[in-house]
Unconditional design. Structure first.
Length: 256
C-alpha cells in the first residue's frame, strides 16, 4: 500500500466537499477522513455516499456527514453547508469539486442545456463559496477554498465548450475571491486535473485508443488516479500551504 503524507493541522478541521460520493470527490472524503478531519459532503448519489461512509467507518474513521441534493438548487446547497457547520462546530475548508463533463456539440446545445452546464460546473462553486466565506469570517480563523477546475480550461476541447467555459470561469473566481478575502485569512486556490481515471471515465470515454493517445501527450506514462488529486487538495487545505493563495495547480502528468 502506498504511504501518504500526514498533515497534523488537518486533524479536527471541518471540511465540506461538493460531489463527494464518487470519483475524485470520494477520494477526498476518504483522504480527509484519514487525516482526522471532520468531513461533510453532498451529492445526488445517496447509495454511493452510504457505501463510502460504511467503508470509511470500517477503516476506523468517523462516518462523514452527508446530504443528498442537487447543487444547482442554491438554497439547498447553502443550507447543507450551514447545517454541516452547525453540526460540526464550524467550517475551515470548502472543496468545490462537483462537475459534469458530458460531451456536447456546440450547435446542438439549447439554452436550457447551456445554462444547466454552467450551473453545475460554475454557479454552484460561487454560491457554495459565498456561504463558506460567511462561515469562515464568522469563525475568525480564516480558511481555505479549493476549486476544482480542469486542464480543459486551458486546452478548450472542441466537444465540451460549456464545460471548458465553466472551468475557465473557476480560474477567474479563484483569483477574485483570493484577492477579496485574503484580509480575512481565507486562502483560495484551484486544482486543474488532467484525465483522472475514474469509473465514469472508464465507462464513457477512456477507451484503450483514447488512453493510448493521451499517454503519447504526457511526460509521465502512468494513469492519474483520484487519490493523486486528493493528495494535492490535502496539502492546499493544510497549514503547510499557509502562504499559498491565488494560485492554479496543474496535475496532469505533464500534458500541458
Amino acid at each position: 500500500m502506498q504511504a501518504h503524507a500526514t498533515y497534523p493541522s488537518l486533524a479536527g478541521r471541518r471540511v465540506f466537499i461538493t460531489g463527494g460520493a464518487s470519483g475524485i470527490g470520494a477520494a477526498m472524503v476518504e483522504a480527509f477522513s484519514e487525516q482526522g478531519a471532520i468531513v461533510g459532503h453532498c451529492d445526488l448519489a445517496a447509495d454511493a455516499a452510504e457505501a463510502l461512509a460504511e467503508q470509511i467507518a470500517a477503516a476506523g474513521h468517523p462516518r462523514p456527514w452527508f446530504r443528498a441534493l442537487d447543487v444547482t438548487d442554491t438554497p439547498a446547497l447553502q443550507a447543507a453547508i450551514s447545517a454541516f457547520a452547525a453540526a460540526s462546530g464550524g467550517l475551515e475548508v470548502l472543496v468545490n469539486n462537483v462537475a459534469n463533463d458530458t460531451r456536447h456539440d456546440p450547435l446542438e446545445m439549447d439554452e436550457a442545456g447551456w445554462r444547466r452546464c454552467i450551473a453545475v460546473n460554475l454557479d454552484c462553486a460561487f454560491f457554495a463559496s459565498q456561504r463558506a466565506v460567511e462561515l469562515m469570517r464568522g469563525g475568525g480563523n480564516g480558511g481555505a477554498i479549493i476549486n476544482f477546475s480542469s486542464i480543459n480550461a486551458l486546452l478548450g476541447p472542441a466537444d465540451m465548450p460549456g464545460y471548458a467555459t465553466a472551468k475557465a470561469g473557476l480560474l477567474g473566481l479563484t483569483k477574485s475571491l483570493a484577492r477579496r478575502y485574503g484580509m480575512d485569512g481565507i486562502r483560495v486556490n484551484a486544482i486543474l486535473p488532467g484525465w483522472v481515471v475514474t469509473p465514469r471515465q472508464l465507462a464513457l470515454w477512456l477507451t484503450p485508443e483514447a488512453e493510448a493517445e493521451w499517454m503519447e501527450q504526457t511526460c509521465l506514462k502512468q494513469r492519474i488516479q483520484p487519490r493523486d488529486a486528493a493528495n494535492l487538495a490535502l496539502f492546499l487545505a493544510s497549514d503547510d500551504s499557509r502562504m499559498i493563495t491565488n494560485q492554479h495547480f496543474v496535475i496532469d502528468a505533464g500534458r500541458v
